[in-house]
Design a protein around this ligand. Structure first.
Ligand code: NOJ
Length: 635
């Protein structure tokens, strides 16, 4: 894989989007050659053809032998060649001067914000078969809200039939809709309503494991079908009668569960109810490909692929070695997972899926393919594919992994990601999802406003977790029994101050967070300085040419401020973003900073407090505590 070399730590003059451009000059590649074609050259060509190029003596002899008519013809020919060449040169100069500068064409998934909807927590319409849970009709009823927000793509967490041991990541039928969420008819209605609004719908694809209730697993354990047993990973016990090796489940304990009827263990890298599929079996590959095609045929716009690094395991089932850096917090980290994650062969599987997805893409209707890969930054980058033949992007979790929320740490995280991004690869940013505490809880609501600005103005696709646009926070007192601790960040969407936050007429499956009376969509829609209003403005501002392309320079700002320049290739559109991570005011002098155009004035297009729009000189910019501003260069 060729990575972009890091030239200078503080300077990232990178045009990640420019690699594939052709210039008008390239279409006139022959002009230079013709330009060299002087009269002498013409003679030499003539000689070479006549006598094999035997030298000057032969040349004068040949010229001396031609008659006057022939000489005139030769002069006319030479003049014609000269005029043609001159015409070509003039033409190409005119073309270069007059042709519009061309920016790379961007796909919808590069310009859209992707909004993640956790189906059981978004809106209960009452039409699913279980009350208190969100459903597909509920999502459909809220499309106007999303459209108005400026969001153009929706990613749904799994909606397939499932016993819901892992909230849908344990699929029992990949081709059926979970009755809790509605029917296949409801899905079709949702998909066409999304498309009618010129939005896109992405599904979650869960290929690493099925539910233990899936018919394939049941055919194995209940019907003892060897054909279906081979769909999973079975091993004999070790010589002491224990699990085959020391592999661990990410959810705790051994990754192996014993089945008496088979007198063997099966592998599950997540819950025991989620047996891992065996990708060394070609039948499994074929089945999974057919499932991809099933949903693509239905017209969905792309997939988020779950648990990608786990798809294959070591062929020899070797023990994993202990982690010398283990800090004692999560037993899963006691081992180095080199035999269960990112094992040789995983990329080939992703490439095959990518080919399938590409068959459904055309330039007017691209499908998007996104991978969930929690690994080191360098390993994540490999999932772009050496030939851009894997994911359009693997999710960038660097801001999810950030623990120190100061400007220095965040700047370093941004640099690390941007510096490792392969040339021409499309970046992306994520602040929250259903597996991690909400950003509002991690950093507090003041900084969360500023981080929404960061998310929506860094170069690349932004993915937002539902409710982060209003600053929803985790449920602090999640009941212990019957809940996954991650359910604290999966609470009902807070629509209004009515009972159950407007989410459901029935008791919600998980309690609503108590702040819903003030932190909700209705209250914030009526407040023109709310976080929701900020979010909406930022999403709409992303349409500005300065913020669309993959161009980005970090500014050498003061310690507590992150600053960067965004601009359009070959154009005057420039935006400067400044974000103060401190809880005190700072005056940032940008006049001397590299990448800040000296001759321009700026207008504050958005401030995170939504209370200023003044023109600022490119000099001292006042920033309040935790304030971020997007400055747009005025003409
Ligand atoms: C990642 C999903 O995001 C998470 O919610 C799930 O538990 C695991 N994969 C297993 O599918």
């Amino acid at each position: 894989m060729s990575y972009k070399p890091l030239s200078n730590e503080d300077d990232y003059p990178l045009d990640k989007d420019e690699g594939a451009r052709t210039t008008p000059l390239e279409h006139f590649g022959s002009v230079d050659e013709d330009d060299e074609l002087s009269d002498d050259t013409a003679k030499k060509v003539f000689v070479d053809e006549k006598d094999g190029g035997n030298g000057d003596h032969e040349l004068s002899k040949s010229i001396g032998n031609v008659g006057p008519g022939f000489r005139i013809a030769r002069y006319i020919l030479t003049a014609m060649i000269f005029l043609t060449v001159a015409g070509l040169i003039t033409g190409s100069i005119v073309l270069i001067i007059t042709s519009p500068s061309c920016s790379p064409k961007l796909n919808w998934w590069q310009t859209s914000v992707i909004y993640q909807v956790y189906p059981q927590s978004f809106q209960d319409s009452g039409s699913g078969n279980t009350s208190g849970y969100g459903d597909l009709n509920g999502i459909r009823s809220r499309l106007d809200y999303l459209k108005d927000l400026g969001v153009e793509a929706i990613w749904l967490n799994p909606i397939y039939a499932s016993p819901m041991v892992d909230n849908g990541y344990d699929v029992s039928d990949y081709r059926a809709i979970n009755p809790r969420y509605g029917t296949m008819g409801d899905f079709h209605n949702l998909l066409s309503a999304v498309h009618q609004k010129n939005m896109r719908l992405l599904l979650d694809f869960v290929p690493n494991h099925t539910s233990d209730q899936h018919k394939w697993f049941q055919m194995c354990v209940a019907n003892n079908s060897q054909h279906f047993c081979d769909y999973y990973v079975w091993r004999d016990s070790d010589s002491f009668g224990g699990p085959p090796n020391n592999w661990l489940s990410i959810f705790g304990g051994s990754a192996w569960t014993y089945v008496e009827a088979k007198d063997q263990y099966y592998l599950h890298q997540f819950y025991p109810e989620q047996p891992d599929l065996n990708y060394r079996n070609k039948n499994v590959k074929e089945e999974i490909k057919n499932i991809l095609e099933y949903w693509l045929d239905m017209g969905i716009d792309g997939f988020r692929v779950d648990a990608v690094p786990f798809l294959l395991e070591d062929k020899e089932f070797r023990n994993e070695s202990t982690n010398p850096d283990y800090n004692g917090t999560n037993p899963f980290d006691e081992l180095i997972h080199n035999y269960t994650q990112n094992v040789l062969g995983v990329h080939a599987i992703v490439q095959e899926w990518r080919e399938t997805v590409d068959c459904y893409s055309d330039s007017d209707d691209e499908k998007v393919f996104i991978g969930e890969v929690y690994s080191s930054v360098d390993t994540v980058m490999e999932y772009y594919g050496t030939k851009k033949d894997e994911f359009d992007f693997p999710f960038n979790f660097i801001l999810i992994d950030t623990e120190a929320w100061n400007a220095t740490a965040v700047r370093e995280a941004i640099k690390e990601w941007w510096g490792a991004l392969p040339k021409d690869a499309w970046s992306n940013w994520v602040l929250g999802n259903h597996d991690n505490p909400r950003i509002g809880t991690r950093v507090g609501l003041n900084l969360a406003r500023a981080l929404n600005m960061l998310l929506l103005t860094l170069p690349g696709t932004a993915t937002s977790y539902y409710g982060d646009e209003i600053g929803m926070t985790n449920l602090e007192d999640l009941p212990v029994d019957g809940y996954d601790e991650r359910d604290a960040e999966r609470t009902p969407m807070q629509w209004n101050a009515e009972e159950n936050a407007g989410f459901s007429n029935s008791t919600p499956w998980v309690p609503v967070v108590a702040n819903y009376t003030t932190v909700n969509v209705e209250v914030q829609t009526n407040n023109n300085q709310s976080m929701l209003e900020l979010y909406r403005m930022l999403v709409h501002l992303r349409k500005n040419e300065a913020l669309k392309y993959a161009r980005f320079n970090l500014l050498n700002t003061s310690e507590n401020v992150i600053g960067y320049r965004r601009d359009k290739p070959d154009a005057d559109n420039v935006a400067i973003v400044l974000i103060n991570f401190a809880n005190f005011a700072i005056t940032e002098d940008i006049s001397a900073l590299e990448h800040v155009p000296k001759e321009r004035k700026f207008r504050i297009a958005v401030s995170t407090w939504l209370n200023r729009t003044e023109i600022v000189d490119n000099a001292a910019v006042e920033l309040g505590p935790f304030e971020g501003v997007v400055l747009l260069a005025t003409l």
